[in-house]
Design a binder for this molecule. Sequence first.
Ligand code: MN
Length: 329
Amino acid sequence: MTRISSKLLRLIKENQRFLIVTHLNPEGDAIGSSLGLAMGLKKMGKAVYLLDRDPVPETLRFLPASELFRRKPPDDTPDVLILIDCNTIERTGFTSLKAGDTIIIDHHGPEQEVSRAVRSGKISGALISTTASATGELVYRLLLTLGVPIDKDIATNLYASIMVDTGGFKYSNTTSRSLRIASKLVEAGAEPWRIAREVYENIPYRAMRLLSLSFSTLQKKDGVAYITVTRDMFKRTGTTAQDTENFVEYARWISGVEVALLFREEDGGIIKVSLRSKGRIDVSEIARAFGGGGHAPAAGCRIKGTLESVRKRVLRLVSDAIRADRSGN
Ligand SMILES: [Mn+2]
């Protein structure tokens, strides 16, 4: 477990105006950890500006203070910029954001690169741990260290962040620590059944119609199952990319499947690939081979090409990984 540096704590304690920004297409961890941190900093009397280039997904708008998110950077220059649930400015979709100091709070790799950026002075401080199931875990530890009391609203945001990134406490990144922190958050007022209902049992009907169309493309070969969402399907159901949230999960549930894939057609000849593993294969390695990233159980990448060619390239690497795993390498 990475320790929280005294420099990072000092940067937070001694500064007043914070800009918190998270990644494009934000999900539960990005939104929940940002909100939990923002509310904690506000409790310390800080001024906080919350930023994301994309809107908060509909299913996450129940999260306390989610209305605080802005989509345009502030006019003034904050004391401290905090990149959260991502560790490069590119992932935020903004080209540059001005601030006195920059801090990273994240659980994506590679840790060494972030550490190097801290040593070289490009980044003022970082709290990064790839063993944290969610950035929400890191924010919980940070607030605890800063002595900020965790109230019901903060607990709800941080619980949601951990729940989503562990796939409802089911993925291989679910640890005794993530459960222990979740337990503390429930003690602080987070309601597991309500948060799960809001996030998982709130799917728009149109998205279910899209799911049924895309599932007609389901294929299974060896340990891989994959489905495809075409632009035509979006058009026919009046849906957008946001409505494909969790589609790949259903493919992961199939017996005998080690890796599930979702291929989604985007504009400009780009195919978005979502990868999910049942736990044996590290799909983030496969995503990285195509310039993407993520975590061992859940990762993604964008590849230029036709559906056909992209499927072929990704399936080849996935099959290789499954074969290597089976032969014990
Ligand atoms: Mn995350």
